[in-house]
Design a protein around this ligand. Sequence first.
Ligand code: PHE
Length: 347
Amino acid sequence: MSKKENMIEELEELQKRAEAELVSLNSEANLQRWKTAYLGHSSALMQVFKRLPEAPLEMRPEVGQHANQVKAALETHFESRSMEIRQAALQQNLQQEKQDVTLPGRVPPCGRLHITTVVLREIYRIFAEMGFQVYRSPEVESDVNNFELLNIPAHHPARDLWDTFFIKTEGVVLRTHTSPGQIRAMREFAPEPIRVVLPGMCYRYEQTDASHEFQFNQVELLAVGKRITFANLKGTLEEFAQRMYGEGVRTRIRPSYFPFVEPGGEMDVECFVCGGKGCPVCKRRGWLEILGCGMVHPVVLRNGGYDPEVYSGFAAGMGPERITMLRYRIDDIRNFWANDVRFLEQF
Ligand code: PHE
């Protein structure tokens, strides 16, 4: 056997031995040891490369080529065996390491509803139990719905009650209250009886301060039908106050003026801070004003499509932000839309 054949045979044997060993390995550590032994600097294979320059010239190409093939083959096999072992280890881990369900979970950061939304929903719930449905109407309104059909003609001094945002398009306003929704609901349902709550944002051209915002919510209440009386209005609002402010809370209705109701009034609840004795929250009056109300004016009934000789109705309007301020003793209405999480997170 020539020296060349000798070397090639040696290489083949080396490869056989290395591969046989490789398949029997089953740990990452053994695998590394194998790599050092067969592909490392002082491995037999590398020695072949090192000794090559000393070999006779005519055998160098063939032996060199063969050595390269062996090296490439061992490297490939190493990679795939290494992959197999890692897969097997992973598989074993998955099977052995059972999930520990007693570990406390990671609580995901959780948003919350705005306090006004919470209070609005509470109001809907209370009135829903009395048969009132939510009816939505637009924030951009016609002057006609916002004023005229509510018995507030142009140039009537009562318009001063609502500082209005007018826009460039004539006859269009940002609604100053939810009352125009009364007209929309009546015109949709007449001559059927109505029981609705009309919630939503209203806008007024106001200098803002602790008790004035240029945007705020209102919830309007409207009931129309035959034989609806002031007693129904009083009973409904009384029941609302009990559920909103607590059983046994005292209420009163004072006469007041709104052009779209007759008679009109304002409802107060007993100050729940001082129990009616008088304190800074109620400005020593013992009462807190919570809403405007009254019997729907005959003109408004007619504008809505109801014959005031046959039908009657009551309406009320309240500000959920004001209700919230009283309940949580919030002293600045601007907090509601200032988007300060320190304020919002409290609720
Ligand atoms: N719309 C009135 C306001 O904004 C409130 C109100 C509604 C009064 C319904 C009476 C009846 O002040």
